[in-house]
Design a protein around this ligand. Structure first.
Ligand SMILES: *Cc1c(COP(=O)(O)O)cnc(C)c1O
Length: 334
């Protein structure tokens, strides 16, 4: 019996995703063996970490009889793209509230895909996801959908859906541990991008609950160290309660590296562009500047600092995000 098997789950992606060696990347960095956990290949729309998360969140929505799902995030949100795709597959209407929108509509990357996916799109200048005025707007959209005859389901991550998203990555930890068993060397460290933090929280909770001792570093994409740490710990321990796991997560269970963090509106840094080019030119693997490029830049900097021995094995979790790359074409200097 797995840790999350009792939760409702909607089949939306292809799991397990591959855990692939990256020998040419490892050689180029002259350091440890690197394995890439290909959650970018999860398969829903362009794939990515949100496929796993929405298998659980939309599984819950379906179990509650929802006919419309409502969520907010930025214009290049992978979460909203995969939510819209998953909702379509389950016969629910996706209603999206795009945050931080002040200028003219620019139909590129994920924002373009929201239209193809037929989502009902609303916008707000509010950018802070914790702003009570944003929650009020989301509640208004839920009421509107209900008045139109829908049973609305609100996806708002500080609440229940964040805990379910965390549980999704506990299941990813189970998947990884099964894959580790087939390797000839035990992985010594895992890197991934940390945004709102459910993904990091789930992996940390799952890996520690299953007795894994490898180091875990979340490379924060936007928030300062203490805030990312606190969010991940809170999600992990709420999820532990939901799953009736006795283990609690503390400061010492994982590290947050906030040296790559940057506001989403800023152009990609030199280190991020170099990381994206290195993955592409050694392994043919595509990253993007908002999440995975920062996680890779953090891992590369750690390797170059001499943090690992050549006998170490690192796992890089590729969380997807490809469409967002196309919103950054002008920053690469080609
Ligand atoms: C959402 C997302 C993340 C971050 O996940 P959190 O759980 O919010 O920390 C990382 N990479 C990609 C591509 C994402 O879309």
């Amino acid at each position: 019996m797995g840790l999350v098997d009792h939760l409702p789950r909607a089949a939306l992606g292809h799991f397990p995703t591959p855990l692939e060696p990256a020998p040419r990347l490892s050689a180029a960095l002259g350091g440890p063996q690197i394995l890439i956990k290909r959650d970018d290949l999860s398969g829903l729309s362009v794939g990515g970490s949100k496929t796993r998360i929405f298998e659980f969140v939309l599984g819950d929505a379906k179990a509650e009889g929802a006919t419309a799902v409502i969520a907010s995030a930025g214009e290049q949100s992978n979460k909203l793209r995969e939510l819209a795709a998953g909702a379509n597959r389950l016969g629910m209407q996706p209603i999206l509230l795009l945050t931080g929108v002040t200028g003219a509509r620019e139909l590129t990357g994920n924002r373009f895909l929201f239209e193809i996916l037929g989502a009902e799109v609303h916008t707000t200048p509010i950018a802070d996801r914790f702003d009570p005025a944003l929650v009020a707007e989301l509640n208004r959209l839920c009421e509107r959908a209900a008045a139109a005859g829908h049973r609305p389901y609100l996806v708002y991550h500080p609440g229940k859906t964040g805990t379910l998203g965390t549980a999704a990555y506990v299941s990813a930890a189970e998947e990884l541990v099964a894959q580790f068993a087939g390797l000839d060397r035990e992985p010594t460290h895992l890197f991934l991008a940390t945004g709102a933090a459910p993904t990091t929280a789930g992996l940390v909770l799952g890996l520690r609950t299953l007795g894994q001792q490898l180091g875990i570093t979340g490379v924060s994409v936007a928030s300062p160290h203490d805030q990312s740490k606190a969010h991940a710990i809170a999600y992990a321990n709420k999820c532990a309660e939901l799953l009736e796991i006795d283990r609690r997560i503390g400061e010492g269970d994982f590290a947050i590296d906030d040296t790559q963090r940057a506001d989403f509106s800023l152009p990609a840094t030199r280190a991020v562009i170099e990381a994206i080019e290195l993955f592409a030119r050694t392994e043919g693997v595509l990253l993007e500047p908002t999440y995975t490029g920062k996680a890779a830049a953090g891992m590369i900097a750690a390797i170059r600092r001499g943090a690992f021995k050549p006998t170490d094995t690192l796992v890089f979790v590729h969380t997807g995000g490809l469409p967002g790359l196309f919103a950054h074409v002008g920053e690469f200097g080609y």
